[in-house]
Design a protein around this ligand. Sequence first.
Ligand code: NAD
Length: 335
Amino acid sequence: MPQPQPTIAVVTGGAGFIGSHTVDQCLARGMRVRVIDNLSGGRLANLAQHRDEPGLTVEERDIRSYQPGDPLFRDADYVFHFAGIGDLVPSIERPLEYMSVNVQGTVHMLECARHAGSVKKFVYAASSSCYGLAEVPTAEEHPIRPEHPYALSKNLGEQACFHWRKVYRLPLNSIRIFNAYGTRSRTSGAYGAVFGVFLKQKLAGKPFTVVGDGSQTRDFLYVTDVARAFVMAAETPLAGRIWNVGAGNPQSVNRLVELLGGEVVYVPKRPGEPDCTWADIARITADLGWKPQVSFEEGVANVVANIDYWRDAPLWDPESIARSTASWFAYLGGQ
Ligand SMILES: NC(=O)c1ccc[n+]([C@@H]2O[C@H](COP(=O)([O-])OP(=O)(O)OC[C@H]3O[C@@H](n4cnc5c(N)ncnc54)[C@H](O)[C@@H]3O)[C@@H](O)[C@H]2O)c1
């Protein structure tokens, strides 16, 4: 009897935060996994738990260097596309780079997936930032209003995906991620996501730099829940869908401070950033039966238990934050 062929998944950005957790889940489901990552933001250490896993290969390359026909895509069943620049703040100073990686890079991946001829599902990591300063809770039909080049680049990447579906009939789904957090979240040099900033400050015994008055809320979702949504979005027979992925239960920055415990200092609120992000997750729950499983308290406790991961992360204080966000205020402040 011929053996059934294992499912092959390509995970771009697989050495990064959400990508590496998706690799974990694909391998646990018996898939063979091929990671593409140029390690600009990710780390091989995020995949160290699979060092002796023969089902995993890692190619250290830029997504923009792949051309249709590349052997990495041969017989691929699923492509999970996470590779991209995820930091919001530097996008205001480096829009060309964001468009190149997040848009043109996505087009390279779409073309490789199309030419492979075997891909059953391409799943795109889109961003809730496409909704801008949105009405909440935010459903997928909400108008698209990017406020900064990062948001624009991620939305243009999603539009490219749906163009490839329309013209070339590539089966795909897009997931608009709200605020993912958890172990292995990015520690790159850029000022950004609140978790990395606070965890390093906690390790260093420095005050948490709370933006505004800390009453703003974010729809934080634990990373294993995000990764599970991606696997479900690949395995479902449904295609051509856009799904929000969030906890649907926003938490304030002050609540995070309370759970982490420590002193605070305040830094000015940035223009163009919403007071509240809150995903309406009715669509993905109805279509896929996906629901978040990890509570905020449990997730924060997991992160704190692994706080050493952030030891080498940059340490921010109000002065360095003011320097790194100066262009942001200059461009977005006067609107
Ligand atoms: N983390 C979130 O809350 C969130 C929210 C919305 C959308 N997203 C999107 O999800 C994806 C993954 O985000 P993440 O938080 O895991 O970020 P991450 O930085 O940890 O992961 C991105 C990975 O892509 C790799 N990469 C970047 N440029 C590349 C290139 N040119 N070629 C090959 N690899 C490249 C990086 O090295 C990194 O490992 C991103 O596309 C991001 O825009 C994330």
